[in-house]
Structures are given as structure tokens and as C-alpha cells.
Unconditional design. Structure first.
Length: 249
């Protein structure tokens, strides 16, 4: 059975690429009205591609670290669609793969915390009233297996995703009485631009050709579209009994 998202207004951050993009595309395919937010202007091309396929998608360039920009994003959603039913926080960064603490620049470490944790907080802060008003709001946080179930290639990423997981667990408790379901997704090794950049960085450090990273990923990693299918179910009313988090491959 395909989870029905017909007519739902769904905001996806970090949707210019990777899991966020795959999620936005799947939601639109299933009848949702999608709003794509990303700090990259290429998010407009993603929205245009969805519209070309007959879907409904808007784009607003947004830096989720900035309070004023997130507030403006939620205002845009309300003015454009009259409300908001679901949010997927997929924006994330992974700076400094394979660096030691001494090598990791403090500004990169802080940037990861700002995007991966503060971005989720700001989205929750400003979307909660609209999600509550929808009656069956859903707020999904894309964490990671890294920093939650095991280590990461990046000290900054592990800290950011571990923090996002803790924030998500607390939001679950804090928003439940307002009729908002909060779920966390823990992707494993997925072929995304971020993951490939990590593997390429490792290949370079070890003196191996970059193609090794691509070959290994093709053989062993999952695809963003597979994770998007899981998220699509989690967003649907069929997942109303779901609590906590879901791990994917």
C-alpha cells in the first residue's frame, strides 16, 4: 500500500540534494504540496523539475541557522498554502572528515552544530503552531547512525547529529500533547553528495584513486530514494502509531 499524502503541505529543508531531494520528489509524486528550503539556489531547479512532472513545489532559499530566515520560511508556507501539515528536517553538513581534534577548525565545528542542531530547533520553534493547527502534524528529524549508534568520520558531524537526536527525543515528549508526532530517521550508508565526499577524502588521505570511493559506494551503499520511501510512510497517517525513531540501511 502506498502511503497517501494527497493535499498535505510538506516542508522539506536541505532538499536541493540527497535524502531531502528524494523525499521532496516522493512527497510531490504522492500528491503533497511541497515547499523546498535550502541554502543552495539549486533548490529552485529541484522544485521546477517537480512542477515539470505535474507536481506542486515551491522553493525558498533559506539558511536554517538564521532565525529571521526560518521565520520568513514558515511565513511563506502559511501565506502560500494556508497552513502546514508536515516538516522534514533534512538540512545537514559534514565538515572536516577524518580530521583529528587538533586539525578541526573551530568555525567548522560550530557550523555543524548550527546547521544540524540549531536548524532543527528553529524549524520546530516556528512550525509548531501551524503543525498543531493542522490537527495531525508530523515533524521528522533526519539524524544519522553516526553519532547515535556509532562513531562518525567527522567530530563535528557526530556531535551535530547526536545533538539533533537528543533534541528530537525531547521534542517528541514536548509536542505530543499538542497533537504533533515527532519521529527521527537514522540513515546508514547512503549514496549522497556528502557521503561520497567523505569517502573521496579518505581515499585521498590513503593515496588511493577517487574512483575507489565510487566503486565501493555503488556496491555497498543504499540509495536516497529508499530512505525517502521510509520517510514517506512516517509522514503519512498510516504511521500514526509509530513512536521514536526508525533506522534504515
Amino acid at each position: 500500500m502506498t502511503a497517501d499524502l494527497q493535499g498535505k503541505v510538506i516542508l522539506v529543508t536541505g532538499a536541493a540534494q540527497g535524502i531531502g531531494a528524494a523525499t521532496a520528489e516522493l512527497c510531490a509524486l504522492r500528491g503533497a504540496r511541497v515547499v523546498i528550503a535550502d541554502h543552495k539556489a539549486s533548490g529552485e531547479a529541484r522544485a521546477a523539475a517537480i512542477r515539470d512532472e505535474g507536481g506542486c513545489a515551491d522553493f525558498l532559499q533559506t539558511d536554517v541557522r538564521q532565525q529571521d530566515e526560518v521565520r520568513a520560511l514558515i511565513d511563506f508556507v502559511r501565506e502560500r498554502h494556508g497552513g502546514l501539515d508536515k516538516v522534514v528536517c533534512a538540512a545537514g553538513v559534514l565538515p572536516g572528515p577524518w580530521l583529528s581534534p587538533e586539525e578541526m577548525p573551530l568555525e567548522d565545528f560550530k557550523r555543524a552544530l548550527d546547521v544540524n542542531i540549531t536548524g532543527v530547533f528553529l524549524c520546530a520553534k516556528y512550525s509548531a503552531p501551524l503543525l498543531e493547527a493542522s490537527g495531525r502534524g508530523v515533524f521528522v528529524v533526519i539524524a544519522s547512525g553516526a553519532g547515535v549508534f556509532g562513531p562518525s568520520s567527522s567530530l563535528a558531524y557526530a556531535s551535530g547529529k547526536g545533538g539533533a537526536n537528543g533534541l528530537s527525543m525531547t521534542l517528541q515528549e514536548r509536542l505530543a500533547d499538542r497533537g504533533i508526532r515527532v519521529n527521527t530517521i537514522y540513515p546508514g550508508n547512503i549514496i549522497t553528495e556528502i557521503k561520497l565526499s567523505v569517502d573521496i577524502a579518505r581515499a585521498r588521505r590513503e593515496g588511493r584513486p577517487e574512483q575507489d570511493a565510487h566503486d565501493y559506494a555503488s556496491e555497498h551503499y543504499g540509495m536516497p530514494e529508499g530512505v525517502a520511501k521510509v520517510i514517506g510512510f512516517v509522514l503519512s497517517d498510516e504511521a500514526d502509531y509509530l513512536r521514536g525513531g526508525v533506522r534504515t540501511r
